[in-house]
Design a protein around this ligand. Structure first.
Ligand code: NOJ
Length: 738
């Protein structure tokens, strides 16, 4: 199996081949073996190939290793690929999948270098694979191709959700798929389908917020964007993660146990996964935590009975990072690593994101199969899913990419990033219409986050924990953006900490505050607190007596001290708006764009009100500082003539929307249903439909709102909802019961 190839010569060969030859088989010659015949159905190709494979080759297909293991000598080295580790991982152990976990980039981190690296790895794999089975490479492109310098970084999902824009979400994902594929990556560990119900959790910003209906629709749009109409050589496989129950750790901390009732699982957590599966998502990633006392990674109930037998998911289930080992080291359901592997694969995991020690994983599987503790049929089933995915993605036919084309594909999309960031801006407070700042002659911008893009980019931006301090990428900061749009004859001053005296005629202060970037457990924020230095800055700004607008760069609701909250004249929730975020903020501050984002979560008054979900219990909104859907505008939208057509779970509401203000603006119409009798949901208001419109001043349009009323059915387990009411703004109408 070992065929030593000198990496230097390998790279040279690749450079010559990867730009021209895109195929492993010559189009003129008849494919020698059935599995190499692209005219055969995928199932037949898989069956043919599987029958030819040795146990070692099969196990290799179930193994995923982080690319840094192949760089240098140590696990986390970055730099040139190491001949020794290529040989161990791709040669000896026949590993069939690699990933770049956050920050695992080639040096230098350029689109071309990514393409060359994946080509090199693919070439090595194909040279050392007896049956020429290509590698599948995965990354977390959770807001654009976010590991690569030069790629536009889109708002993180929490901000994207505030746009309520399904088409925009699809377009962003389609663009991301093109960028990924141009760098040789055909598997994206996205979208996050977890419903964000606890803002203390470090991954809240990766979710589409608290609502299952909104989450489901944006998950579907993401899958459609990434996978296109059908998987193929121009698309990437999507991953619904993290199955299931990851987003509500009981203590709000990442990877801590969750308790979820069957009813809540059905009504809240499963719908986005079900919708994503229906849309054809190719893979799922498993929840690292424990649900109702059982680690998801060893749960046959979740991974086989629920995922396969009930939900009929046909795709690939990949573990999360090192989570099989964690069955032994953290959850302690296994006493040895080998037993952990037996539990996980036996429960239904197909591929292990190992991610470092290939020999340990492959030898454990081998021993288990040989001593009969793991049926070969289970291994074969998992291998079939991996091979099917590789065939569907066209990897056998087009394993390489053209490095010269990577740059333009990766850097495209700044306009889309700007549009998304603009649409996400959510105006929460605007006392006496301080905003827009158009008429203000002298504005002072304060706070280091106005000049440092790290907060607006958030985690998963070049580095796992965000843009490393010593690195730089093209990004428009808030100060940059404000300079770009500064109206003639007005003055803009920047002060990091307000230590110097304000210019005498200062008529507004823009304070840019927020959270440091972070990811996963490092980003947990148990008190929903704004860093002390930012609170102090806001107090200094308020102490000046000038009107203050705060721009919040954060992936969750943060609780400002009462005096600060009261003192601010305006508050703009900018979320983590990405590389064009500063310009989007500036456009909203100066009124070039009327803000149109609406909160995709409930903003609590205090941590003691958590969990804090739109209308979860009657009267709960009294505890909300800003209810779900809050979002002010520079214009006014009025509704009239609400009606509903149709029957059953799919109905359509219609309503006339008029922009009765002075400026053009975008607006999302939200339709809620409330069971009036029957059901056990305590009168919970459920989002059942939404539509976004853009209207000129004075314009009226009748908009259609497709309603999905399935949640109303589940809202009443064992008891039919007898009647329900639909509300759009202040308008109400009876809803034919679903
Ligand atoms: C761990 C994270 O939980 C998961 O979301 C991610 O896809 C993997 N690491 C790979 O980076």
């Amino acid at each position: 199996m070992r065929i030593p190839v000198l990496l230097a010569s390998l790279t040279v060969t690749l450079a010559a081949q990867s730009t021209s030859a895109q195929s492993t088989t010559s189009p003129a010659a008849a494919p020698p073996l059935p599995y190499q015949d692209r005219a055969q159905p995928v199932e037949a190709r898989v069956a043919d190939l599987l029958a030819r494979m040795t146990l070692t080759e099969k196990i290799g297909q179930l193994t995923q290793i982080n690319v840094t293991r192949l760089m240098g000598q140590n696990e986390w080295d970055r730099g040139p690929l190491s001949e020794r580790w290529l040989d161990v991982v791709l040669g000896e152990h026949q590993v069939g999948s690699l990933l770049s976990g956050g920050g695992s980039a080639p040096v230098p981190n350029t689109p071309e270098a990514w393409a060359r690296m994946t080509n090199d790895l693919q070439r090595y794999t194909l040279t050392h694979s007896r049956l020429k089975i290509p590698l599948i490479y995965g990354v977390d492109a959770v807001h654009g191709h976010n590991n690569v310098k030069g790629a536009p970084l889109f708002p993180h999902n929490i901000g994207l959700a505030a746009t309520f824009d399904v088409n925009l979400t699809r377009d962003i994902n389609a663009l991301t798929a093109r960028a990924l594929r141009a760098t040789g990556i055909s598997w994206n560990f996205a979208p996050v389908a977890d419903v964000g119900r606890d803002p203390r959790w470090g991954r809240f910003y990766e979710t589409f917020g608290e609502d299952p209906t909104l989450t489901a629709q944006l998950v579907v749009a993401s899958v459609q964007g990434l996978q296109g109409e059908k998987l193929g050589p121009a698309t990437v496989a999507a991953t619904l993660k993290h199955f299931i129950g990851y987003s509500v750790p009981q203590n709000g901390r990442d990877r801590q146990p969750a308790q979820i009732s069957r009813e809540s699982l059905q009504r809240v957590h499963l719908p986005p996964f079900q919708a994503g599966m229906k849309a054809g998502a190719a893979t799922v990633m498993i929840n690292s935590g424990a649900l109702n006392g059982e680690p998801a990674h060893s749960s046959r109930g979740l991974l086989t009975e629920l995922l396969r037998e009930e939900l009929k998911f046909p795709g690939l289930a990949v573990s999360d990072w090192e989570d099989i080992a964690r069955l032994q080291t953290v959850h302690k359901t296994a006493s040895t690593y080998q037993d952990a592997v037996r539990q996980a694969l036996g429960a239904g995991i197909d591929m292990s994101m190992v991610p470092n020690d290939a020999p340990a994983f492959t030898s454990a599987v081998k021993t288990l199969v040989e001593n009969g503790s793991l049926p070969l049929a289970r291994v074969d089933e998992a291998v079939r899913r991996v091979l099917a995915l590789k065939f569907e993605l066209g990897l056998f036919e087009q394993p390489y990419v053209d490095p010269a084309a990577a740059g333009s594909a990766v850097t495209a999309g700044q306009d889309l990033a700007l549009r998304a960031a603009r649409q996400s801006m959510t105006l929460l407070k605007n006392d006496s219409e301080l905003l827009p700042l158009k008429g203000r002659r002298s504005v002072v911008v304060v706070g280091r986050r106005a000049v440092d893009p790290r907060s607006q980019l958030g985690g998963w931006s070049i580095g796992w924990q965000g843009l490393p301090e010593n690195e730089d990428i093209p990004a428009v900061t808030v100060l940059d953006g404000m300079k770009q749009v500064l109206p003639k004859g007005t003055r803009l001053t920047y002060s990091e900490d307000l230590s110097a005296a304000l210019p005498a005629n200062t008529d507004a202060i823009v304070a840019v505050v927020g959270e440091a970037p972070g990811a996963e457990g490092e980003a947990d924020n148990p008190g929903l607190t704004l860093p002390q230095e930012d609170v102090a800055l806001l107090r200094r700004a308020l102490g000046s007596g000038r009107p203050v607008v705060a721009v919040l760069l954060a992936g969750r609701p943060l609780l400002l001290p009462d005096d600060v909250q009261r003192g601010l004249r305006a508050l703009v929730m900018a979320y983590l708006p990405g590389s064009e975020g500063g310009r989007a903020v500036a456009d909203v501050l100066y009124g070039n764009t009327s803000p149109s984002g609406r909160l995709p979560f409930t903003w609590p008054k205090s941590v003691s009100a958590l969990p804090m979900i739109e209308g979860a219990t009657p009267g709960q909104n009294a505890q909300a500082l800003y209810p779900f859907g809050t979002g002010l505008s520079y214009t006014r939208f009025q509704y009239a003539g609400l009606s509903v057509q149709g029957a059953g779970a799919r109905q359509t509401a219609q309503v006339r929307v008029t922009n009765s203000g002075q400026v053009a603006g975008g607006h999302t119409v939200l339709a809620f249903a409330r069971p009036a009798s029957g059901g056990t949901a305590g009168g919970e208001r459920l989002l059942v439909g939404f539509t976004r419109v853009t209207l000129k001043p004075g314009e009226t349009r009748t908009v259609a709102l497709p309603l999905d009323l399935t949640s109303l059915r589940v809202a009443a387990p064992g008891q039919a909802v007898q009647s329900a009411e639909l509300s759009v703004g202040e308008l109400r109408t009876a809803l034919p019961t679903p």
